[in-house]
Design a binder for this molecule. Structure first.
Ligand SMILES: Nc1ncnc2c1ncn2[C@@H]1O[C@H](COP(=O)(O)OP(=O)(O)O)[C@@H](O)[C@H]1O
Ligand SMILES: N[C@@H](CCC(=O)OP(=O)(O)O)C(=O)O
Length: 370
């Protein structure tokens, strides 16, 4: 089955719309375009799919009401605009979906929520429950509390992570451009790319910056497609109806790997950042990367950073390259006394609780295939 057919048959679809598709140049919600998009989502839902909608546009929709003519550069004003705009957007979604008797639920997430395993699980459970209750979840970043350091900024990566959270079958990214082009389509001579089947298909493609009100441009969309691990269609809002029914519009990013990885692995690989580094000798790199083994203290040669047991840490080879990420079983400060020792020695000398691995294989994901 081609991935286009898979989209036509998808039981659960995450659809993400960028700011430019939902707001006017005056910095207000674009009610007509929102209604048109809601028509599409309601129809696809009627045809049997569960839809999770990721909506940007809070900042852009808050500009007009605050008398701002362009996106502010400081975080506090962006957050104020998002607070105003998010309310306006959600009110419109509520009334627009009500035309179809569809109840919507607002889910605001931060990058930090995605990174913390317990928050991630809570978000997963809430989304599952909303879907079970027949509610259509509408997700955005919780801009009012996001800080500059840990912020999605654009919603493309958030949409890919929501696709993981909900185990969606397909992801549709709606932008102000109808496809990925060989270069910024605002320049002459660029060509549409209909399919991206492997990273090699992106060789020589110029991934430019964002349009009028968006953030991230094509770079974040291509990145989102890479991490989603499911078929991803990129097109514009005008082609949304055709995109969600699997017609050959826009650009289809084919998943590189057919295997669906467990949510836990996707979370570790894409939602977390290493809170420190554990250095491995070559034998340990081989054991972890080639043979899917746990990381034992014997193969550790060093540790960097100030992480606590349970934190995600990067596992690095002798050359410093990150080969895997996993949840540490020890605080960083404990590891120097353990490294290079056999588990048997540690258990005999320090007690049976020291028999545990530095990182257990169930909480470890190999990153070298990226
Ligand atoms: N290679 C490319 N192909 C398509 N669009 C591109 C490319 N490089 C840059 N762009 C620009 O990216 C913009 C879309 O990104 P962005 O403004 O962040 O959208 P959104 O608000 O939908 O997330 C388009 O308006 C387009 O001008
Ligand atoms: N969470 C932000 C997203 C900002 C943004 O510009 O995103 P996008 O339009 O998807 O590139 C908002 O709602 O304004």
């Amino acid at each position: 089955m081609t991935e286009r057919a898979e989209i036509a048959k998808a039981r659960r679809i995450v659809v993400k719309a960028g700011s430019s598709s939902l707001t006017t140049p005056r910095g207000t919600i674009d009610a007509a375009r929102i209604d048109a998009l809601v028509d599409v989502l309601a129809a696809r839902r009627d045809a049997g799919a569960e839809i999770v909608f990721v909506s940007s546009g809070a900042i852009a929709a808050g500009l007009g009401p605050l008398g701002l003519t362009r996106r502010p550069s400081d975080l506090a004003t962006q957050q104020a605009a998002a607070s105003v705009g998010q309310g306006a957007l959600f009110a419109r979604y509520t009334s627009s979906f009500a035309r179809y008797d569809v109840t919507v639920g607002q889910v605001l997430l931060t990058a930090d929520d995605m990174m913390r395993r317990s928050h991630h699980r809570n978000a997963q459970r809430t989304l599952a429950q909303l879907l079970a209750l027949g509610v259509l979840p509408i997700v955005n970043e919780n801009d009012t509390v996001a800080t500059d350091e840990i912020r999605f900024g654009d919603n493309d990566r958030l949409a890919a992570l929501v696709a993981h959270l909900t185990r969606a079958d397909a992801l549709v990214l709606l932008s102000d451009v109808d496809a990925l082009y060989t270069g910024d389509p605002r320049k002459p001579g660029t060509r549409r790319i209909a399919d991206v089947r492997s990273p090699a298909d992106l060789d020589g493609v110029e991934l430019g910056g964002s349009g009028r009100v968006g953030t991230g441009g094509m770079v974040t969309k291509v990145e989102a497609a890479r991490i989603a691990g499911i078929p991803v269609v990129l097109t514009n809002a005008a082609s949304a109806a055709r995109a969600v029914t699997g017609e050959p519009v826009g650009t289809l990013f084919h998943p590189v790997d057919d295997r669906r990885r467990p949510t836990r692995h996707l979370w570790l690989a894409h939602a977390t950042t290493g809170q420190g580094r554990v250095l491995l000798d070559q034998g340990a790199v081989d054991a972890v990367v080639q043979r899917g083994k746990s990381l034992l203290p014997a193969g550790v040669t060093g540790v960097d950073g100030d992480f606590a047991a349970g934190d995600p840490v990067d596992l690095c080879g002798a050359d410093g390259r990150v080969v895997a990420r996993g949840l540490a079983n020890y605080d960083a400060s404990e590891i120097p006394d353990l490294m290079g020792r056999s588990t048997r020695w540690l258990s005999r000398e320090l007690g049976p609780e020291y028999e545990r691995e530095i990182v257990h294989r169930d909480h470890l994901v190999v990153l070298t295939e990226r």
